[in-house]
Design a binder for this molecule. Structure first.
Ligand code: MN
Length: 197
């Protein structure tokens, strides 16, 4: 298989009680896995079969005839990144280089936190909120459905999945509560710092 389901960086109940083992069992084991299976079926035997995920995303973005390939491959990339953006005992104010950059570019953690949570809360329907690096400056953005900053050549530093399957078992319709917990209890700032490089 050209495209693989990466191991979760922690056991599937490690983010409990903030995100339950049941949510990860379905979100990782069923949803993410289905994107991997479908992506492989769609690229098999095509010129994209042996390309890296990022290359497939860039080559199929905005191509109507390649929409299904883009959707599945981008969702594989987005989810593989999302798992790395969380850790047990994470969240709260950042440390390291990203702390200084957030201070410089947003005017402090609270302002970043508000902007990031607002992006997630106002994404109508399914999608993602992101912290990205563009021209060496931090930006918060949101994308619908499978869309990803990778398609635009931006460097993702952090993401949160706001599809209902990410939070409905634990938070039902309370997406803002899930976003608060993500920022306060789950963000893996070590991973964000390593992306910042
Ligand atoms: Mn998801």
């Amino acid at each position: 298989m050209a495209i693989t389901l990466p191991d979760l960086p922690y056991p599937d109940d490690a983010l409990s009680p903030h995100i339950s083992g049941k949510t990860l069992e379905f979100h990782y084991g069923k949803h993410h896995n289905a994107y991997v299976v479908n992506a492989n079926k769609l690229v098999e035997g095509t010129e994209l079969a042996n390309e890296a995920l990022e290359t497939i995303i860039k080559k199929t973005a905005g191509e109507t005839s390649k929409q299904a390939v883009f959707n599945n491959v981008a969702q594989v990339w987005n989810h593989s990144f999302y798992w790395k953006c969380m850790k047990p005992g994470g969240g709260g104010p950042p440390t390291g280089a990203i702390a200084q950059k957030i201070e410089a570019d947003f005017g402090g953690f609270e302002k970043f936190s508000d902007a990031f949570k607002n992006a997630g809360a106002t994404q109508f329907g399914s999608g993602w909120a992101w912290l990205v690096l563009k021209d060496d400056k931090l930006h918060v953005m949101k994308t619908p459905n499978a869309d990803t900053p990778v398609a635009r050549g931006l460097k993702p530093l952090l993401t949160v999945d706001v599809w209902e399957h990410a939070y409905y078992l634990d938070y039902q319709n309370r997406r803002p509560d899930y976003l608060n917990v993500f920022v306060e209890k789950l963000i893996n700032w070590d991973c964000v710092n390593s992306q910042l490089g």
